[in-house]
Design a protein around this ligand. Structure first.
Ligand code: ADE
Ligand code: ZN
Length: 378
C-alpha cells in the first residue's frame, strides 16, 4: 500500500481524468454497494443539533465534535437512540435520507439497502407510512442529483420485544397492499439493537409474517452472540443474509455450510473495532479468514457518521490492513452485488459498471516506483 503514503491532496480527484491515483483514491472512486448501513447512523452531527434544537430535545453537548462519543456497544446504542429521537417529523426523515445519500455518493457508493429502525417512533405515536414516505422522498431527491440509489430495510428493534416487531411488519404489509407512496423502496425486514440475552427465535412470528408479505429477510446476529444464534436466524427465522455474522468463524462446520450456500454476510470491520471493541486493531479482524473460507463476506460501514467512516475509507483501510490488491477489492465490490437484492438485470448492469470503471482506474494506479520516483540528483 505504498500509494497511501502519498500526501492527501497531492493529486487531483479521480474524476479529473488521467491523473495518477493512490489505491485509496481508486477505491474511493470504484462504484460500490452497501448492504449494512443504518440511515440514522449516517446523520450529520450538525443536523442532529439543528433538529434537536428545533424540537426542544436536550443534548448532552451541542459541540458537534463531541456528540458522537461512546466506549462500548451499549453506550453506542444510547447515542444511536438519542440521534433517532431528534427525528420528529416526516420532513426530518426526508432530510436525513437526502443528506445520507449525498454523503455516501461522494465516496463512490452507487447502490445501498439501508436500514431504518422505527420502533421508538412508532411507540411514541408516529405513523410508519409518514416515516417511509419521508425517507423515500429524500432518497429520491438525492438519487436525482447523484445517481446513487438507496432502497430500504425496515429493522425490528430487539429492545422493543417480539410483539412490537409483529406490529411493525403487519403495518408494513398493510402499507404495501394500500400502495402507500415510498413503500416500494422497502425491500426487506431485518432486526438490530442488542443481541445479549435475546433469543432470536422469539422473533419467528415477525419473520414468518414478513415472508408472507413478500419481504426479503436479514438480521443482525453474531456481533456479540454465538454462532448458534446465527444458525437460528437463518434456519428458524428464514433470514437470507446475516448482518455482521462475526462469530460464525467460531463454528467451522457452519462456515463450510454458509460458504457452500453463498449466504451473504454484511461485515463491518471498522465498526467492529470502533463500536463493539471486538478486536484491538483492524489487522486482528477475521475478514480475510472469512473470505479465504469462501464466505460471501461483503464490506460495509454500519453507522458511518457516528464512527467517522465512509465506504471509500472502509475499502482502503481493509486493503491496507490485509495487503489486498486493487483487484481483490474489485472482487469484494462485485460480491456486494451478488449479496444484494437487486433484480437480475440491474445486478448484471451494475457488475458491468464496476468492471468498466475498474478497467479505467487500473492503469492510473500508482505503484511503489511511481509513488517514489528516484530523485534526479540521486
Ligand atoms: N444499530 C445501529 N448500529 C448497530 C450495531 N452496530 N449493532 C446493533 N444495532 C445497531
Ligand atoms: Zn448494524
Amino acid at each position: 500500500m505504498s500509494g497511501d503514503r502519498v500526501p492527501p491532496g497531492a493529486f487531483p480527484r479521480p474524476e479529473d481524468g488521467e491523473a495518477p491515483l493512490t489505491l485509496a483514491a481508486a477505491l474511493d472512486a470504484l462504484p460500490k454497494v452497501e448492504l449494512h448501513c443504518h440511515v440514522e447512523g449516517t446523520m450529520r452531527p450538525a443536523t442532529v443539533v439543528e433538529l434537536a434544537t428545533r424540537a426542544g430535545i436536550p443534548l448532552p453537548t451541542t459541540d458537534v465534535t463531541e456528540l458522537y462519543s461512546y466506549g462500548s456497544l451499549d453506550e453506542f446504542l444510547s447515542v444511536f437512540w438519542l440521534v433517532q429521537s431528534t427525528l420528529t417529523t416526516r420532513d426530518d426523515w426526508a432530510r436525513l435520507g437526502y443528506e445520507s445519500v449525498l454523503d455516501a455518493a461522494a465516496h463512490g457508493r452507487v447502490y445501498a439497502e439501508l436500514f431504518f429502525t422505527p420502533a421508538r417512533h412508532l411507540a411514541a405515536g408516529s405513523a410508519l407510512g409518514d416515516i417511509v414516505a419521508g425517507l423515500a422522498e429524500g432518497l429520491a431527491a438525492a438519487e436525482a442529483e447523484t445517481g446513487s440509489v438507496a432502497m430500504l430495510i425496515a429493522d425490528i428493534d430487539r429492545a422493543f420485544g417480539p410483539s412490537a416487531g409483529v406490529a411493525m411488519v403487519d403495518e408494513l404489509g398493510r402499507l404495501r397492499r394500500a400502495g402507500t407512496p415510498g413503500v416500494e423502496r422497502v425491500l426487506g425486514v431485518g432486526m438490530d439493537s442488542t443481541e445479549l440475552g435475546v433469543d432470536p427465535a422469539s422473533f419467528t412470528d415477525a419473520y414468518r409474517l414478513a415472508a408472507r408479505h413478500g419481504f426479503r429477510l436479514t438480521g443482525h446476529q453474531g456481533e456479540n452472540s454465538p454462532p448458534s444464534a446465527i444458525a437460528t436466524l437463518v434456519d428458524a427465522l428464514g433470514a437470507q443474509r446475516v448482518d455482521h455474522g462475526l462469530s460464525l468463524v467460531d463454528d467451522p462446520e457452519l462456515v463450510t455450510r454458509f460458504a457452500a450456500e453463498r449466504i451473504g454476510l454484511t461485515v463491518c470491520p471498522n465498526s467492529n473495532i470502533r463500536i463493539a471493541n471486538a478486536f484491538p486493531a483492524l489487522a486482528d479482524h477475521p475478514f480475510p479468514a472469512m473470505r479465504a473460507a469462501g464466505l460471501l463476506a461483503t464490506l460495509n460501514t454500519d453507522d458511518p457518521a457516528l464512527t467517522d467512516l465512509d465506504l471509500g475509507y472502509e475499502y482502503a483501510s481493509v486493503a491496507a490492513a490485509f495487503d489486498y490488491s486493487f483487484d481483490d477489492m474489485v472482487a469484494i465490490a462485485l460480491d456486494g452485488v451478488t449479496a444484494s437484492w437487486l433484480p437480475a438485470d440491474d445486478a448484471r448492469a451494475l457488475r458491468t459498471r464496476i468492471h468498466t470503471t475498474a478497467d479505467a482506474l487500473r492503469p492510473r494506479l500508482l505503484t511503489a516506483l511511481t509513488a517514489y520516483p528516484e530523485h534526479p540528483e540521486g
